[in-house]
Design a protein around this ligand. Structure first.
Ligand SMILES: [Zn+2]
Length: 98
């Protein structure tokens, strides 16, 4: 009977995580890999990014910003041209240099 209740609890946890999401209550210690510091949820394996400087988990916004910076998406574009194909990038850069 004891085994059965453990099994039922595991099934219940499984569905709870599907329905409500994992609460990530059991986390590994923060570690750094490839210049990224994160904790790993021991229940679902999710990586939770962690700020080594501030010793706290990153907010979703900070994670997005970090990912964007890594992907090279954070570029300062003062004006988004409505028709970018009319102004070649090389031409704009030479104008800026001049
Ligand atoms: Zn989790």
């Amino acid at each position: 009977m004891k085994t059965l209740s453990i099994c039922l609890r595991a099934i219940l946890n499984f569905f709870t995580e599907i329905l409500f999401g994992c609460s990530h209550s059991r986390l590994s210690r923060p570690f750094t890999l490839n210049d990224e510091t994160y904790e790993v949820c021991l229940d679902c394996g999710k990586q939770i990014y962690y700020s080594a400087q501030e010793m706290r988990p990153l907010t979703p916004w900070e994670v997005r910003r970090m990912k964007a910076a890594q992907a090279g998406e954070v570029k300062v574009v003062p004006i988004a041209p409505s028709r970018p194909h009319l102004v070649p990038t090389s031409e704009r850069e030479s104008n800026l240099a001049a």
